[in-house]
Write a protein that binds this ligand. Structure first.
Ligand code: NAP
Ligand code: GLV
Length: 321
């Protein structure tokens, strides 16, 4: 009897995310396994042992009675957590150096952009205005990172290496060299009171929905040379209250926002974020998943599982991440 099939379901219109490309990559790394692109009306669902998916619709995986593992083709599993009919098998998410490095690049780029007053300098250039503003040292600012997991911890280390003061906030207590760590609801205010630039790398769960809200913005530290604090959200759009962000930008509670994710994606044309002078917007591509790296990672996890070893990066369904 042959090995069980691997079913692929990719709902994305991003460049490099074409389903045939993913299929070709999986066929290369799993040469002795049938790889099937869903939907496939000719497929017998009983043949499928593994599913590798990105943003399936609720119910898409319910028919696969012999499924052994679901692989999420990205780090965040919020779309899967919303599917109440998801088969009760291990769910593995992506945590690989390639994706982590891409996110670190995004975070460092945007922290530096605000620290080095790039919005002001670009505006000066457009106005042909020679008006230098003093550039202070990185150590004059504290960057606060919400979420000290795979991505948050890597960004924290990179920012620390650049000389920023870094504080972090997580659900459970942590100790990380050179980074002041806070945790839980009780630690949030002390974390915010120190933070000049707030970076959000949390997963979206019932506990974290709309954690970026007006009350949180009002508690951020305004005493640095930056003046009004800045937020950077590359976690998920559901983490942010968008009306609160707009009000806070307009009344000066926030000085600027870098946003990669939105409550509705693609961002509707009518969104005020598109043309807001204090918003630096990217279309949810802070850290793209690379088919070459991720297909290899999935193949390794299948090999571990079939050799009786423990799976890595398992999602805790109760926690939601
Ligand atoms: P991770 O390793 O699971 O880390 C999540 C972190 O968030 C952990 O430190 C966790 O605390 C903390 N956390 C979770 N719930 C919390 C709560 N209620 N209060 C305080 N802290 C909480 O996840 P990751 O790999 O770093 O990824 C984080 C998120 O980034 C993903 O879920 C995804 O949404 C997003 N993402 C976005 C992009 C993009 O392109 N924009 C790309 C990849 C990922 P503990 O450590 O105590 O558990
Ligand atoms: C991308 O958003 C991911 O979760 O990997």
């Amino acid at each position: 009897m042959g090995k069980g099939a691997l079913a692929l379901l990719v709902n994305s219109n991003q460049q490099n995310w074409s389903p045939p490309r993913w299929k070709a990559r999986f066929e290369e790394v799993c040469p002795d396994r049938r790889v099937v692109l869903l939907p496939d009306p000719a497929l017998d669902p009983a043949e499928v042992h593994y599913a590798a998916v990105w943003k399936p619709k609720p119910g898409d995986l319910a028919a696969f009675a012999n499924l052994r593992i679901i692989f999420n083709l990205g780090a965040g599993v919020d779309a899967l957590m919303a599917d109440h009919s998801l088969p009760d098998v291990p769910l593995v998410r992506v945590a690989v150096g390639d994706l982590t490095d891409r996110m670190t690049e995004y975070v460092v780029l945007h922290v530096l952009m605000h620290h080095r007053q790039e919005l002001y300098l670009r505006e000066s250039q457009r106005a042909k205005r020679w008006a230098p503003k003093y550039q202070w040292a990185a150590g004059a600012l504290t960057v606060g990172i919400m979420g000290l997991g795979t991505l948050g911890a890597a960004s924290a280390h990179a920012l620390r290496a650049l000389g920023f003061r870094v504080v972090g906030w997580s659900r459970n207590e942590k100790r990380i060299d050179g980074i002041a760590c806070f945790h839980g609801a009780d630690g949030l205010d002390a974390f915010l009171r120190q933070t000049n630039i707030l970076v959000c790398l949390l997963p979206l769960t019932p506990e974290t929905r709309h954690v970026l809200n007006r009350d949180v913005f009002a508690k951020l530290n305004r005493e640095s040379l930056l003046g009004a604090p800045v937020i950077i959200n590359a976690g998920r759009g559901g983490l942010q209250n968008e009306a609160d962000i707009l009000r806070a930008l307009d009344d000066g509670t926030l000085g600027a926002a870098s946003l990669d994710v939105y409550e509705t994606e693609p961002l509707p044309e009518a969104s005020p974020f598109w043309s807001h002078p204090k918003v630096v917007l990217t279309p949810h591509n802070a850290a793209d998943t690379d088919a070459d790296e991720i297909s290899k990672y999935v193949a390794q996890q299948i090999a571990r599982f079939e050799a009786g070893q423990a799976l890595e990066n398992l999602v805790d369904r109760k926690r939601g991440y």
